[in-house]
Design a protein around this ligand. Structure first.
Ligand SMILES: [Zn+2]
Length: 664
């Protein structure tokens, strides 16, 4: 009976759809080529992916079958531009699955992941294609531009690193591993989202609001309960438990690293990064950890003094000690005492709308960028999404910028930037400008930390929007993971500059934030950095330790975490920023053996900012132009350190980084 109903439904929908063109299979004549979200149905994705795979396979076949000697123009260029349909589908699907997830999209993803993984493997195991690339790579490259050399190198390394040289049975195994990994990492991310929603249902706050709640909740037992719920996500023995998935993912990653000839996943992952090897990253993190924990211990002492007052007043039982669930709450009390700063007083000036104005004004002052809201353009959620046109000082289109800042259950936690379309030059020589989205989970009034988040994500957006490259694989944010955070974190440096606050930080009566509060904010920015650095560094070390494993035999997640935390010298009052079972970054989002990249890039961004400070004017237009031309326009078209030296005239040093975190 069921079968008949299914067949009938299929027949009906076929009839209903006969005159309808799948929107992914045509070029979009929408304004600025924004995806026609309103016309896209969930049943369009899989046929479009099938057509996209077929299209790209044909395009690649044509490259391989070319009997002429390989050149950049007949091999790399068509490879860069191949896969137009897949770019359109994935640009939309990968964005919506994170922001507006539905059961229909889940089942699309479930089907799409193995198809796309198999297709990628077919490309990377294509010997004929690899041979053309390798021949070019090993030949004299002096006729190529620097950007072309970087593109060529990227393709050559990508093939080598994806197993083109392996024997056939190893390739067969690698295919299985890649498909399993893609499916399991997606599942793990979905589980975290479900656990986040369970947290919201239990406590009535979104997961992103957790730090605020921990700061303002007086009820100590409730804080403990929230901390436990927060840190047990993915670890509750229910259908969303990630423990087995983590072990499965690690087992597969280790096997893959071994097949590729590396002793562990970290060694494999780090090789093409700035840091290059595990020894460098481990030494970098442990030096920070020592300084951060020492600072955190001072912070505990300060907090304990205030807790003792609560004990003396009979609010807490005698002998109460600072526990992990007390940190945010007492840190805020110390902040009030030391800096006389109360976030309830600053919040009215940081209305989300105003902060968005602030990021736009700063970009205009620094880089001459103009940003104007567009109406009547397609969007995937008209109630919450705002779209802007971004132009340069000469009114040339730079790209489309879309914001989606408000929380909802169908959205993943946290904040991020995404490319719906890359920047590049098309086959006809036309400039294709990017479509960039910033996503977050914010309330109407922002904390100081959240203001920084908005500046952070917009820094990524600028990196995407200002890109002036020719080839999509190196344009915009397509740079190594330990370099990419440089630009987002760099942009945070402007959030609380008094001249800028005067322009955007206004309360609902239009009154500008008083100078006294501005001073307090800026004085307090180094506050609690022992804790902040410790939890960030601890998560980075936890990530490294997972990916330095050479086997997961006998590994118990809890025991492993405990041992790693002990070895790194973590104090009882602080946990890693993410525990294993909800560490989305490293198990589901591309930061595996890469979470250190935030701290690594901070050395660069703080050093770059110190160049502005040393000039006596953080709005130094000449320097900003140099920064834009050296970094923001260049993407991955040159080695990061070469770009850095071009900008600063020297290698970075970590003084500004340590000072910025109050560790020196
Ligand atoms: Zn970032």
């Amino acid at each position: 009976m069921k079968k008949i109903i299914l067949t009938m439904t299929a027949a009906l929908s076929l009839l209903a759809c006969t005159n309808r063109q799948n929107p992914f299979l045509t070029e979009w004549d929408t304004p600025y080529g924004i995806p026609p979200f309103g016309d896209i149905h969930s049943e369009d994705y899989i046929p479009a992916i099938e057509a996209g795979i077929e299209q790209q396979s044909r395009e690649i076949e044509a490259i391989v079958e070319n009997t002429e000697e390989p050149t950049f123009e007949n091999t790399i260029l068509p490879l860069e531009l191949a896969g137009g349909i897949l770019d359109r589908v994935e640009g939309v699907l990968r964005n919506l699955i994170e922001t507006d997830r539905t059961p229909e999209l889940d089942s699309v993803m479930e089907k799409a992941i193995p198809m796309l993984t198999e297709h990628r493997d077919n490309i990377f195991f294509n010997k004929g294609l690899y041979e053309r690339i390798a021949k070019l790579y090993k030949a004299d490259q002096s006729q190529l531009t620097r950007e072309q050399q970087m593109v060529l190198k990227k393709h050559f390394e990508t093939f080598e690193r994806n197993g083109v040289g392996l024997t056939q049975d190893k390739q067969i195994r690698l295919r299985e591993i890649n498909t399993e990994l893609a499916t399991k990492t997606q599942k793990l991310g979905n589980n975290i989202q479900s656990e986040n929603n369970a947290f919201r249902n239990k406590f009535g706050i979104s997961i992103s609001d957790y730090p605020n709640a921990m700061t303002t909740t007086e009820d100590r037992a409730l804080r403990q309960e929230m901390l436990e719920a927060y840190t047990m996500r993915g670890h509750n023995g229910n259908e969303f438990d990630n423990r087995q998935l983590v072990l499965d993912i690690m087992r597969l990653r280790i096997e893959k690293a071994h097949i590729m000839g590396y002793k562990n996943p970290a060694a494999y992952i780090l090789e093409p990064k700035m840091a290059h090897d595990t020894e460098t990253v481990d030494a970098f993190l442990s030096s920070i950890m020592v300084a951060a924990v020492a600072k955190a211990k001072e912070e505990v002492t300060d907090m304990q003094k205030l807790m003792n007052i609560d004990v003396a007043n009979g609010k807490l039982p005698a002998g109460s000690k600072i526990e992990p669930w007390d940190w945010w709450y007492y840190a805020e009390k110390v902040r009030k005492q030391k800096y006389d700063l109360n976030e309830e007083l600053t919040k009215p000036y940081f209305r989300l709308d105003n902060v968005v104005k602030g990021i736009f004004i700063a970009a205009n002052k620094l880089y001459g960028v103009n940003i104007e809201e567009l109406t009547d353009v397609p969007s995937y959620n008209a109630n919450v999404v705002t779209t802007y046109k971004v132009t340069d000082a000469d009114d040339n289109l730079l790209g489309i910028f879309t914001t989606d800042y408000l929380p909802r259950p169908s959205k993943r936690g946290g904040a991020w930037m995404n490319n719906i379309r890359n920047q590049y030059t098309d086959a006809q020589g036309n400039a294709v400008r990017p479509i960039i989205v910033n996503v977050a989970n914010l309330e109407e009034h922002l904390t100081i930390d959240e203001v920084q988040t908005v500046f952070h994500e917009f820094g990524h957006a600028l990196h995407g929007l200002l890109s002036q490259c020719n080839y999509p694989s190196v344009s915009g944010t397509n740079v190594t993971r330990d370099f990419v955070e440089t630009f987002s974190q760099f942009n945070e440096n402007w959030a609380f500059q008094p001249e800028l606050l005067a322009q955007y930080a206004k309360n609902e009566n239009g009154e500008v934030i008083p100078a006294e509060l501005v001073n307090k904010i800026n004085n307090s920015l180094k506050f609690n950095q022992g804790f902040m650095t410790t939890e960030l560094c601890a998560a980075s070390i936890l990530d490294m330790k997972w990916h330095e494993l050479e086997s997961i035999d006998g590994i118990d997640i809890d025991a492993f975490e405990k041992q790693v935390c002990k070895q790194m010298g973590l104090i009882h009052e602080i946990g890693p920023r993410y525990r294993t079972t909800y560490f989305n970054h490293i198990f589901s989002s591309g930061y595996s053996a890469g979470y250190y990249g935030y701290l690594w890039a901070e050395v660069l961004d703080k050093d770059a900012f110190s160049v502005f400070e040393a000039s006596g004017n953080v709005w130094n237009k000449e320097l900003a132009t140099k920064f834009k031309q050296t970094f923001l326009e260049k993407g991955g078209s040159e080695e990061p350190m070469v770009l850095y030296v071009q900008f600063a005239g020297r290698q970075p040093d970590n003084t500004a980084f340590l000072k910025g975190r109050g560790l020196k």
